[in-house]
Write a protein that binds this ligand. Structure first.
Ligand SMILES: Cc1cc2nc3c(=O)[nH]c(=O)nc-3n(C[C@H](O)[C@H](O)[C@H](O)COP(=O)(O)OP(=O)(O)OC[C@H]3O[C@@H](n4cnc5c(N)ncnc54)[C@H](O)[C@@H]3O)c2cc1C
Length: 465
């Protein structure tokens, strides 16, 4: 039977090459029955199970010492309900695949992050978000789900059916079971008029409230060691654009791939040769940023190509503290002399009511810091994290951080409700791994089997900061 997991001593590594692990085997089930069979067989062998999406999380959240389940053969859109304005899809569908399928029906996702490679289930599980002060994260678009549980049974949940499990499953870190199908709220297809332009970072910080209130989507990327940022203003419209404004074909290839990705890649490699060149390289990058205006289908504007690999940390802070938190990071970089060759990204999202969502119960600002993946990230990220702690920050679950269950629990008012659902659905921690043990705590889990191998941080090139 196709469900049979193939023994695979091969090493698995995430997109950013920040973590890797060696699962006992890798399974690619193509149906819910096959997913259940993989879980049942792993339970019989006493092994952990971990579903992996596109591996776009920067932490060891997707690592396992047991069976790694890939849903790359389980990615169909199953149903479109026009009356309810919902879509149901198999959990392995990527955001790009889902957006394309929705476009055929004149529909689109409410909002998305700045790439579309993630699986919908991976994006949901870590509370992936875009920007837009009136828009919530992708998990908030979920209205129903089915999960294959540790005993291989299937649980259906929604606002009206096992609500506690549903709220927990909306941001679950993969700790409850295998998300098999998800139902999402969708909206009529829309276009985005996008304006990107260099601006002094002080002006953007001073006017941040006004810019986020006036625009559907506003964000900026500030270049450390410079006073400049690239501001991105996206405006939603139902009107199809004139062909001339469409971002397609060779022009977009030259601008997005050759200039943005390859030039940026060259700058990172130059920084590798000599870290002291970084401030001058940043100055060069800031000077080459240009004004760009385009209109296209929403997902094509939101989803960018990212060819240069990096490590990332992102924190959600109360929206009212966002601007000060960015200024604190700026002051810290000046004080410490860290040489930072990647920009700092600043966004905002609407609050939600999901227990483990970093935007739970408060207007939220997001600050992301990045490091080229050949450079050591820990010293810089630890300094940023200290600032985020002082602002009541909550880390993005898919991005690097140094928190533990002890430091995280006080930041989430509904923490215990989530843990209660985890205890009910996965008492033996079949879906556990080192990351979950660190950030959620072992709780009442029994040891499933002795740990043979711990996950390891991938080797990073050490350079002086
Ligand atoms: C280049 C890049 C750009 C990014 N941009 C953004 C952004 O704009 N906004 C943002 O918020 N984040 C962003 N991220 C982070 C990314 O969206 C999240 O880390 C997301 O979880 C990745 O999805 P994935 O499919 O790769 O999931 P993975 O990283 O493979 O898995 C993440 C978690 O989901 C669980 N999971 C996956 N599928 C299932 C399933 N079927 N059932 C149960 N658990 C499951 C895994 O077990 C794991 O715990 C970006 C990451 C990269 C590398």
């Amino acid at each position: 039977m196709v469900t049979q997991a193939v023994p695979a001593p091969a090493r698995w590594s995430n997109w950013g090459a920040t973590y890797s692990c060696t699962p006992t085997r890798i399974a690619s089930p193509a149906s819910e029955d096959e997913i259940a069979a993989v879980v049942r067989a792993a339970a019989e062998r006493g092994e952990h199970v971990k579903v992996i999406g596109s591996g776009h999380s920067f932490t060891d959240i997707g690592c396992t010492d047991g069976v790694l389940v890939k849903l790359d053969r389980y990615h169909q859109m199953l149903d479109v309900d026009r009356a309810a304005m919902t879509v149901t899809a198999q959990a392995g569908i990527t955001i790009l695949q889902l957006s394309d399928a929705l476009a055929h029906f004149g529909l689109a996702m409410e909002n998305m992050g700045d790439v579309g490679y993630q699986t919908i289930s991976g994006a949901i599980s870590t509370a992936t978000h875009g920007t837009g002060e009136k828009l919530r994260n992708i998990s908030s678009q979920v209205v129903g789900a089915t999960l294959v549980l540790a005993d291989a049974s299937v649980l259906k949940c929604s606002e009206t059916e096992d609500r506690a499990a549903f709220k927990a499953a909306q941001v679950s870190l993969g700790a409850l079971g295998v998300l098999s199908t998800v139902t999402l709220r969708v909206v009529p297809a829309y276009y985005i008029r996008s304006l990107q332009q260099p601006k002094p970072v002080d002006e953007l910080l001073d006017r941040f409230d006004e810019l986020t209130q006036e625009n559907d989507h506003f964000e900026f990327f500030w270049w450390p060691h410079t006073t400049w940022a690239q501001a991105i203003t996206n405006t939603r419209t139902l009107e199809a654009p004139a062909t001339a404004l469409l971002r397609k074909g060779f022009g977009s290839y030259v601008s997005d791939i050759l200039l943005e990705n390859h030039t940026f890649g060259l700058i990172q490699r130059a920084a590798q040769v000599n870290r002291r060149w970084i401030p001058r390289l940043a100055g060069f990058t800031a000077r080459t940023m240009s004004r760009k205006e385009m209109t296209d289908r929403s997902d094509r504007i939101f989803a960018n190509e990212r060819l240069v690999r990096f490590a990332e940390m992102e924190y959600a802070v109360p929206r009212s503290e966002l601007v000060q938190a960015v200024r604190d990071i700026r002051g810290m970089i000046e004080r410490t002399g860290f040489l930072v060759s990647f920009p700092v990204e600043v966004r905002s999202v609407a609050p939600d009511d999901i227990p483990l969502s970093p935007a739970y119960g408060r207007e939220t600002g997001y600050i992301a810091v990045h490091v080229f993946n050949k450079f050591e990230y820990a010293p810089y990220f630890k300094e940023v994290e200290a600032i985020m702690n002082s602002h009541g920050g909550r880390p993005h679950w898919g991005k690097l951080h140094f928190q533990t269950a002890e430091t995280l629990r006080p930041r989430y008012p509904l923490w215990d409700e989530f843990i209660a659902v985890r205890d009910r659905l996965d008492p033996e921690r079949r879906f556990g791994n080192d990351y979950l043990e660190r950030v959620l705590g072992a709780g009442k889990a029994k040891e499933v089997r002795p740990r043979a191998k711990r996950t390891t941080a991938a080797r990073r090139v050490k350079t002086k900061s």
